[in-house]
Design a protein around this ligand. Structure first.
Ligand code: THU
Length: 160
């Protein structure tokens, strides 16, 4: 037996304004997208924005449903919309943020496991690291330069 550990490097910026300008703009658009969120049940309004290699930006938000599992997270709405509109175009970066009607979110919102798994495949298809940036309504921004930092022991298509 041997003990091993997984290292997940990431960067922390004290605020959105400290990000490189292109990334700050992407995060600003993710914040804007929270306003389109349809979240009458959780009142947790998530916004996301992706920047593609062709320079296009696609934004999205969570969409809930009275039959709860039928809703979808902002990250997947956004990634799928980008793949539908610009098939075959590589992803460069994804920004995620949220605000809640019930409390102030001042720490980064981490994507759920299902969205991370989709990010894995998006990154593979893109053939370049996917930068994932997470923020709350305000406060620090966590930046992951590549999905491996967010998903240890990735499930890959090579297992199939
Ligand atoms: N949600 C997201 O949009 N992204 C996440 O990564 C986690 C959760 C949404 C789903 C649901 O509409 C609400 O937040 C509460 O879970």
């Amino acid at each position: 037996m041997r003990k091993e550990q997984f290292i997940c490097p990431y960067k922390v910026y004290d605020s959105m304004e400290e990000l490189p300008p292109q990334d700050a703009e992407l995060m600003r658009l993710a914040h804007e997208a929270t306003n389109n969120s349809y979240a009458p049940y959780s009142k947790f309004h998530v916004g996301a924005a992706v920047r593609l290699a062709n320079g296009e930006i696609v934004t999205g938000n969570n969409i809930e449903n009275a039959a709860y599992p039928s809703g979808l997270c902002a990250e997947r709405v956004t990634m799928f919309a980008a793949m539908a509109k610009y098939p075959g175009v590589a992803f460069e970066a994804l920004a995620v943020t949220a605000h809640s009607a019930t409390k102030m979110i001042d720490e980064p919102v981490a994507p759920c496991g299902a969205c991370r798994q989709v990010m894995v495949e998006v990154e593979q298809l893109s053939k370049q690291p996917l930068r994932v940036m997470c923020q709350g309504e305000t406060g620090p921004v966590m930046v992951f330069d590549g999905i491996e930092s967010l998903v240890p022991f990735i499930f890959l298509d090579k297992f199939l």
